[in-house]
Ligand binder design. Sequence first.
Ligand SMILES: [Zn+2]
Length: 203
Amino acid sequence: MIDEGYIKYRCQLIEGCPPDWEMIQTLDSWRNLFYDSGLIGQYPDGIGYGNVSQRDRNPNNFIISGTKTGAIPRLRAEHYTRVIDYDPDKNAVTCEGLIQASSETLTHGAIYNSNPAIKAVFHVHHRQLWESLLYEVPTTRKDIAYGTPEMARELINISRENSDKESLIVAMSGHEEGVIAFGTSLEKAGNLLIDFYRGLTIY
Ligand SMILES: [Zn+2]
């Protein structure tokens, strides 16, 4: 939940072509695996969770799954959108495509900004995974809510402190069940996340 008092998130959508399917095929295969593993989905109250992104050919941009797509088992190109401008301090995003980017987009943008080598960011929810990771891996502070400028700054710091690593997983203590993984390729970020997930003992 975003606490009151924060600048309201704004997303400007410029209607345009969705990203080429060819370009996002691998991103989408990871998203399918996360969906099938329950790492992306929808809570019983109808709120969707989880989003995936990759840096675009133009390294200033990135492509992210659109808002309210968590419940959709298989996405199409029009469910992805290209983020062409973002400002964590103003809590504002501009995207191009057919769907708005989620309010969690700024956290992805902050990570891309923190290190030009990062090519992929995955944000998922999973209670057991989250509990197993809290304070065992880099963990964002409890008083920081997801989608806020503070979370963006916190992740920039964590990312820069770990810029020697090819992939990193972060637990978000102030964002219930929230985990974020990123890396220098889709495979590196995805494999790290799935390895932790598969390492869980689920009863
Ligand atoms: Zn989340």
